[in-house]
Design a protein. Structure first.
Length: 95
């Protein structure tokens, strides 16, 4: 999980920021003002979808230089199931 996070934050997010000008949000360490959340249409608030909605409504989305501790899935099966769930949801979010 550590290596995956390193690739995500050091390669994927900078690439997306430079190409499509959107910073995908990540569920851990997420801070959004309540009035902003209330101002966008209701959704399942998938992190990536939330990034798109906020950007399309003119809000700035960015990352702070910080440390956030995240709980890992309890075992490899839970980890694999989580990633399958995420990878199924991502295409639906983007399209």
């Amino acid at each position: 999980m550590y290596l995956e996070s390193m690739v995500w934050y050091n390669a994927v997010i900078p690439f997306l920021k430079s190409t499509i000008k959107i910073t995908p949000l990540s569920g851990e360490g997420l801070f959004i003002r309540k009035d902003v959340i209330d101002s966008i249409p209701l959704s399942l608030a998938e992190d990536a979808l939330l990034s798109l909605k906020l950007s399309s409504h003119g809000y700035s989305v960015g990352l702070l230089d910080s440390y956030v501790y995240e709980l890992a899935p309890v075992n490899i099966i839970s980890f694999i199931r989580q990633r399958i769930r995420w990878n199924k949801a991502m295409p639906r979010t983007w399209f």
